[in-house]
Design a binder for this molecule. Structure first.
Ligand code: ADP
Length: 422
């Protein structure tokens, strides 16, 4: 079957968020980590999302990697393309969102696309071209202090305009409220006026479904996962997508474990919720600094003694105070890398020892685990909590995998995950 939608995402967990949305709207979806190096059979997939780590890399690298991903998606006969970025438009005055979007548009030979990061379910709305986070303008939200991409301008028309060579227009809320035909006519008008992009206002999911419908004939759509809500229905109407259920099903097997390297508040609550009920091993960054191999061996020797059926947890998750002390002693980057590398080696060790169902908490931690296991692609299955689905690895390693970014999920996430999987 032809690939109907091919997406390029600028980070791993953002890619999974988009995949989850498409699956819930009935589109069987596969996510790859970069471009697969081995022969790749998309099987019954209607959508493929290439997850990159291009959000904060130098602009030139982000553009090149994204173009390579586009080339690969085009080689699969993909019909429509999507560039996925964060709903808080994480970028700087130089990029990477604008330059990547412009390069993709150029390669596709198209004059016009949209930019719509709105995600009302998570409080991200766009009105008169301004992005809001909850009740605050983006530039007044905590995103103004982001260490890599501080967002000091909520006016997306102006901000995206700075990042691109072409001009940027606005599809105002009145047109969006009037429905898909009005939106489509505004696209035409803005494109005829010479705009390369249009920011699209959106305050609720109904707006996003209408924008999706209006964007049927755009070769490239750019935005957050929200604007993908209406895309699968276009393919169902055209008869190209038959399924109403996009969820991959499989028979999970093997033992269950959780690796948690996230120190975010929600993950710490999730760790606390199972700590007294499951066998746990606390991985300490200071000990890793002294003797990394020794500590990893100790963890795996402990794993060998866990002969019950209960899931076990290996975690480095710690309170902000403890993390600050460790970072003071080792440096932020070194501390982070030590834990990530150890989690990667431990993941490979426990999979070798029969773990078949694995939850990983933490975006960077997930990246390290996926890399160490050599996972190149996953099929997207059942949702556990909003934005976090179970996935099935494709390729040499056979594993049910859930990758959770730090603040996602409710407090009972770890227990619920294995209940949902069955
Ligand atoms: P989140 O999704 O919550 O941001 P990440 O895995 O992306 O989680 O990031 C957490 C970072 O903190 C990783 O680099 C990880 O290696 C590091 N880390 C984890 N535990 C500790 C710890 N105890 N001390 C210092 N750094 C840690």
């Amino acid at each position: 079957m032809a690939i109907l939608l091919g997406a390029i995402a600028d980070d791993f967990t953002g890619a999974t968020d988009l995949a989850n949305t498409l699956v819930k709207e009935g589109m069987p979806t596969i996510q790859t980590f970069g471009i697969p190096t081995k022969d790749f059979d998309p099987g019954k997939a209607a959508a493929i999302i290439v997850a990159l780590k291009s959000r904060s890399t130098p602009v030139g690298d982000a553009v090149q990697e994204s173009l390579e991903a586009l080339e690969w998606l085009m080689s699969l006969g993909t019909k429509q393309f999507f560039f996925k970025y964060c709903s808080t438009f994480d970028s700087t005055a130089e990029g990477n969102i604008g330059p990547v979007a412009e390069a993709l548009l150029g390669r596709l030979g198209e004059p016009f696309s949209i930019a719509c990061p709105a995600f009302p379910t998570n409080g991200r709305t766009i009105y008169k071209g301004h992005l809001f986070v909850g009740d605050l303008l983006l530039s007044d939200s905590s995103m103004k202090d982001h260490p890599l991409t501080p967002m000091n301008d909520a006016n997306l028309v102006r901000f995206l305009g700075r990042q691109t060579t072409g001009s940027v227009g606005l599809v105002p809320f009145e047109d969006v409220e009037a429905g898909s035909e009005a939106i489509r006519q505004t696209y035409e008008r803005l494109s005829a006026l010479g705009n390369m992009f249009a920011v699209v206002d959106a305050l609720n999911d109904q707006n996003l479904y209408a924008i999706g419908e209006a964007s049927k004939d755009l070769k490239l759509i750019t935005g957050g996962s929200g604007v993908a809500l209406g895309i699968p229905e276009n393919f169902r109407k055209s008869g190209e997508l038959q399924s109403a259920d996009g969820c991959y099903q499989w028979q999970p097997d093997g033992r269950a474990a959780v690796l948690s390297g996230s120190c975010s508040a929600m993950t710490r609550a999730q760790v606390a919720a199972v700590k007294d009920r499951w066998p746990c091993f606390n991985l300490e960054a200071i000990a890793l600094d002294k003797d990394k191999n020794g500590v990893v061996e100790k963890v795996l020797a402990w794993v060998d003694k866990q002969d019950g059926d209960v899931p076990y947890l290996i975690y480095s998750s710690a309170d902000p105070g403890d993390v600050a002390k460790v970072q003071e002693q080792l440096g932020r980057t070194r501390a982070g890398l030590l834990v990530e590398e150890a989690m990667g080696v431990i993941a490979a060790g426990i999979v070798k020892r029969g773990i078949g169902r694995l939850v990983v908490a933490g975006g960077e931690t997930s990246g390290a685990v996926v890399k160490s296991l050599g996972v190149e692609a996953i099929q997207i299955g059942k949702e556990i909590d909003p934005g976090v689905p179970w996935c099935k690895t494709i390729g040499d390693v056979s594993l049910s995998l859930a990758l959770k970014s730090g603040n996602f999920g409710n407090e009972d996430f770890f227990t619920k995950a294995f209940e949902v999987l069955g």
